[in-house]
Design a protein around this ligand. Structure first.
Ligand code: HEC
Length: 183
């Protein structure tokens, strides 16, 4: 089933690699140190970066100008599937919350669960609904990409910009995409 939360395998602290540290824009504003710290990559699996809990995360280098493949892909998917309601760059709208703030609080599992299952606040009188995307391959096949991009936005590591420079599309991403879309 597409909506099942993938299991994460914790990465051992001794496997942490300091060379995976982000190299952010030295003038970056709005950095959230707590989110940034939790999102630090400690493992690189063929261009897919993982934090110490084994959750996907971003990798931003070249003084904040270059992003990993998944952040780039997440940016594109977000602006195809989510921005109509959640606003450009995760900034929110009168209809739906700013995901750059939501991702400061939501865990990976919570994010995945809401994406697959939808959400409607019972106290929400305006009848605004987060649709369930569990059966939508154009969203669920890119759930990690969306998470990684929005996490970069929540931490302040990536600002309100379209990524330019990016890491190559990893072989693993090509294989996973083919399997997910075709299966
Ligand atoms: C049709 C409009 C619509 C679209 C499209 C949409 N959302 Fe939502 N989303 C909402 C609304 C409205 C809420 C608030 C629901 C509530 O709390 O009652 C929401 C809530 C959420 C939340 C929970 C936020 C929080 O702070 O609790 C997440 C995460 C989320 N959306 C992710 C996404 C992603 C990722 C996409 C694109 C794949 C997306 N949404 C597309 C309308 C939408």
């Amino acid at each position: 089933m597409l909506g099942a939360v993938p299991t994460a395998t914790a990465v051992l602290a001794q496997d942490a690699k300091p060379e995976l540290a982000n190299k952010l824009d030295p003038n970056a504003k709005d950095l959230d140190e707590k989110v940034l710290k939790a999102a630090t990559a400690v493992k690189d699996e063929d261009g897919k970066y993982l934090d110490k809990d084994g959750h996907p995360t971003f990798h931003i280098t070249n003084d904040g100008k270059k992003v990993d493949w998944y952040t780039y892909s997440g940016y594109r998917r977000y602006h195809a599937e989510c921005h109509v309601c959640h606003g450009p760059d995760g900034m929110g709208s009168t209809y739906a919350p700013a995901l750059k703030d939501s991702l400061k609080i939501l865990s990976y599992e919570e994010f995945y669960g809401i994406l697959a299952g939808g959400k409607q606040d019972v106290s929400n009188t305006a009848n605004q609904v987060m649709p369930a995307f569990g059966d939508n391959k154009n969203v669920m096949c890119y759930a990690n990409d969306l998470y990684v991009y929005l996490r970069a936005r929540a931490s302040g590591a990536w600002g309100r910009a379209r990524p330019g420079e990016k890491e190559e599309k990893p072989e693993a991403a090509k294989t996973a995409e083919k399997e997910c879309l075709g299966g």
